[in-house]
Ligand binder design. Sequence first.
Ligand code: FMN
Length: 268
Amino acid sequence: MLDSIWKSIEFQQDTETPSWEEFHENSKTGHFDKALTNEQVLAEMANLYESFPYENYKSIPLPDTFAPIDNSLLESVLNRKTPAEMAPSTITLEQWRTILHFGYGETRDNKDNEYISRPFRTVPSGGALYPLELYFFSNGFIEGLEPGLYHYSPAQNAVQLIRPGDHRKVIGESLVSFQSHIADQLSAIIFITGVFNRSIFKYRNKGYRFVMIEAGHVAQNINLAATGMNLGVINIGGYHDRMMDQFLEIDGLNHSTIYLNGICAGNS
Ligand SMILES: Cc1cc2nc3c(=O)[nH]c(=O)nc-3n(C[C@H](O)[C@H](O)[C@H](O)COP(=O)(O)O)c2cc1C
């Protein structure tokens, strides 16, 4: 009996093309794909947010200065690791600004650039379209930021308090069960989300791949900033997508959680 169930599962796997394979094939750039003109791209971008405004929420300015980064780039690359033991520790607002700015901060405004309508950031982006948003939960360990869910505004160098409160329970429940406890062990958790249409309107299915790739760029910068300042960092893909999207109050289809970076005490 058991044997035949396994056989039927095996049979299905043999005959059905896995959806990842179909997606990969369908997202390849073809020689005959029609590209949008730069005018069409700029017209489309005029209808898209550079970053969600969260206008009616309390906005807290971040420092203009960066925190000292004690470790060299070489040391940070060589020493980055997932901490074996995690505990929250105090993070200064300057350190937090440094982590967010490394992740997705603006570097050049492009005001005189007629071809590019967005400021450039610390990370590259296909077509300079910047499809990502950063949210984070402060667990009360970031100086000057009460516990709560926040959104990062790169253009304003500020964060908006979306929902004050201790959200560790719902975040823990949204992580896969073997790691629910992590929610209690972190000073803060960054949620990298993707607003797919910002990239897909131009690159179609390949744009979806770009959104994922770009989240990796952001995450690695966050990893290096945190490690450089002797903080711990854990990267998390093991979460229940629908629950996490619900927590962030994003629709999960046009805008969905891609990746989490938890920040904790270093040297553990
Ligand atoms: C896409 C991705 C998802 C991950 N998800 C988790 C996770 O959910 N929980 C966890 O403890 N570690 C997670 N990790 C961390 C890996 O387990 C870890 O990087 C790997 O074991 C190598 O160890 P190192 O980070 O110390 O070099 C993830 C890493 C990546 C790149």
